[in-house]
Design a protein around this ligand. Structure first.
Ligand code: F0G
Length: 472
C-alpha cells in the first residue's frame, strides 16, 4: 500500500523519484570475499551469522541497530561532550529532545534499549503478573520473565500470517486483551507492553485508531501502557501513509500524538535516534520516575548519564531531531520498500506489506522440505552469506527459544530471515546486489539441506548458538 503510494506520487508528474536528503562526505571501504573464504568463515562461525567477523561480510544487513551513519552535526556534537559525572549539559539537551518530540515529562538515559527494559520490568512487574503485548521481542520478553512476569501475545491474528496485507499488522486485538484482563483480573496485569513498529512481525505498524481504543480500554481497567518506541518514527510514517486523516500531518506531530496515548516509553536509540549506542526510559508519573532514577544508579550509572558518555547523549539529542524529519523518514523507509519491491517483482516470498526497517524472507516458503526443528530461517541466513557475503539474521524458531516452563522449543508461526537496512549507510546499488543474491539462493532452494544445533546457550540462544549441516 505504502509502496503503491510512493510510486504513484512518483508517477503523477512523469518520473519523480525520492532521493536521500543528504550527500556522502566520508566512505568506509568494504570488500567482497571469495566463496572459499566464506565457506571457511561460516563453518568457524557455527553457521550463525552473529558469530561472523564483520571483516568477512560484504553487505551487512544483520541489524539496523547501532549501525546508523551519523550526520556531520552529530559528529560535531560528539566534540561538545560534557563528561561531567553529574549534571552534564548534554543530559539536559537529551531530556529536552525527548520531551519535545516524544512528549514525556521525565527521562533517564540507559546504555541501550535492554538497559531500559531491565529497569522498567524490575520496577513495574510483581512476580506472577502478566504482561500483554503486541508480539514478543527477544530482549523485552526475557526481562519481563526475569522479573517474574509472563508475557502474553495479544497482537491481531493476521500478524502471524506473512502473506496477509493488513495495513496495521502491529495492532493489538482488543478482544483478546479484554478477555485476558477479565480472566486474570486487572490487578494481575503489570502493564501493556506496546511496540511500534513490531519487529518480530516484520516491522509492522500500529494504527492511531488502535492505540486510541487501547487507551480507552486500559482507562476502564486502570492499566498503564508503556511503549517500546524503538522504531516509533517509522510507525508514524506508516500512519501518515495509510491512515485516514494523517496524510497532511508532519511525522513529528503524529509521533507526539501517538505517544500521548501512552504512559511512558523505552527506547533503543540505536535505531530511530540515529546513533551507534544509547537508550532512554521516559515516563510521566513522578513517583515511578523516582523509583527508576533510583534503579538506574545501581545498574547503569548516575541518572544524568545512565551508562553513556556525554558525547553520546549529545549525538542522541541531535539524532532525535534529525530522525523525525519527513524527508529523512521517507527515504529511510523508501529504501526498505525498494528492496522489498525488487523481491516481490521476482515473486520471492517475503512478509507483506514490507515493514519499516527490514525485509523479512519467508523461510518456510523457501524451504518447505526442511522441518522447523532443522531451522529453515537459520539455514537461509547461512546460504545467503555463503552465496554473496550478505549477512542477515534468523527470526524464527531459534530466536523464539524454549518455553521456560516446559523446556520445549517454542514453534512460532513466523519462520523468517531478516534483512535489516542500516540507516543512511547503503545505496540503492547495494540493494540491487542484495536482491540478486536472494534470487540466486531462492533459485537453488530445492537442493538446500537444514541444520542441527550443536551448542545451545541457555538464554537468548540465537546470539551464540552453533550449528552444523544435517547429514546428507
Ligand atoms: N525493542 C526492540 C523492538 C528492538 O528491536 C530492540 C533491539 C530492543 C528493544 C533492545 O534494544 O538492542 O538497544 O538493547 N533490537 C535489535 C535488532 C537488537 O537487531 O532488532 P537494544
Amino acid at each position: 500500500m505504502t509502496t503503491a503510494k510512493l510510486k504513484t506520487m512518483g508517477q503523477q508528474s512523469g518520473r519523480r523519484s525520492w532521493a536521500e536528503p543528504w550527500k556522502i562526505k566520508m566512505v568506509e571501504p568494504i570488500r567482497l570475499t571469495i566463496q572459499a573464504e566464506r565457506t571457511r568463515a561460516l563453518k568457524e562461525a557455527g553457521y550463525n551469522t552473529f558469530l561472523l567477523r564483520s571483516e568477512d561480510v560484504y553487505i551487512d544487513l544483520l541489524t539496523d541497530s547501532g549501525t546508523n551513519a551519523m550526520s556531520d552535526r552529530q559528529w560535531a556534537g560528539m566534540l561538545m561532550g560534557d563528561e561531567a559525572y553529574a549534571g552534564s549539559r548534554n543530559f539536559y539537551n537529551l531530556e529536552e529532545a525527548v520531551s519535545t518530540y516524544y512528549g514525556y515529562r521525565y527521562m533517564v538515559p540507559t546504555h541501550q534499549g535492554r538497559g531500559a527494559e531491565h529497569l522498567l520490568s524490575q520496577t513495574l512487574i510483581k512476580p506472577g503478573q502478566y504482561v500483554p503485548g503486541n508480539m514478543y521481542f527477544t530482549t523485552t520478553r526475557i526481562h519481563q520473565e526475569l522479573a517474574g512476569g509472563t508475557f502474553v501475545d495479544v497482537i491481531i491474528d493476521k500478524a502471524h500470517d506473512p502473506g496477509n496485507e493488513h495495513p496495521f499488522k502491529g495492532n493489538v486485538d482488543l478482544g483478546k486483551l479484554e478477555f485476558l484482563i477479565k480472566q486474570k483480573g486487572a490487578e494481575n496485569i503489570a502493564y501493556i507492553s506496546l511496540a511500534g513498529t513490531v519487529n518480530m512481525a516484520g516491522g509492522q505498524p500500529v494504527s492511531m485508531a488502535n492505540v486510541r481504543a487501547l487507551r480507552e480500554l486500559c482507562d476502564r481497567f486502570r492499566i498503564r501502557i508503556y511503549l517500546d518506541a524503538t522504531r516509533m518514527v517509522e510507525n508514524a510514517f506508516f500512519i501518515q501513509q495509510r491512515e485516514e486523516g494523517y496524510a497532511d500531518k508532519p511525522i513529528a506531530a503524529i509521533l507526539k500524538e501517538f505517544c500521548n496515548y501512552t504512559d511512558g516509553a523505552w527506547m533503543s536509540a540505536k535505531k530511530d535516534n540515529l546513533v551507534n549506542i544509547g537508550g532512554w526510559l521516559a515516563v510521566n508519573d513522578n513517583e515511578l520516575f523516582d523509583s527508576l532514577r533510583n534503579m538506574v544508579v545501581i545498574y547503569e550509572g548516575l541518572h544524568t548519564y545512565g551508562g553513556v558518555a556525554g558525547r553520546d547523549m549529545e549525538a542522541m539529542a541531535i539524532g532525535i531531531a534529525e530522525g523525525v524529519q519527513d524527508d529523512q523518514i521517507r527515504s529511510r523507509v523508501g529504501q526498505v520498500l525498494y528492496l522489498g519491491d525488487l523481491l516481490l517483482n521476482w515473486k520471492i516470498p517475503i512478509v507483506k506489506p514490507v515493514g519499516g526497517h527490514a525485509v523479512f524472507l519467508d523461510a518456510r516458503k523457501f524451504y518447505p522440505h526442511i522441518p522447523q526443528d532443522q531451522f529453515p530461517a537459520q539455514t537461509l541466513a547461512a546460504q545467503l552469506y555463503l552465496n554473496s557475503g550478505v549477512r542477515g539474521m534468523e527470526r524464527g524458531i531459534v530466536s523464539a527459544g524454549r518455553d521456560p516452563k516446559t523446556g520445549e522449543h517454542r514453534f512460532p508461526a513466523l519462520e523468517l530471515t531478516r534483512l535489516a537496512i542500516p540507516r543512511r549507510v547503503y545505496t540503492q546499488a547495494h540493494m540491487d546486489v542484495v536482491a540478486e543474491a536472494v534470487k540466486t539462493v531462492y533459485d537453488a532452494r530445492e537442493h538446500t539441506k537444514g541444520l542441527k544445533m550443536v551448542y545451545e546457550p541457555k538464554r537468548l540462544r540465537f546470539f551464540q548458538a552453533r550449528f552444523e549441516p544435517v547429514a546428507e
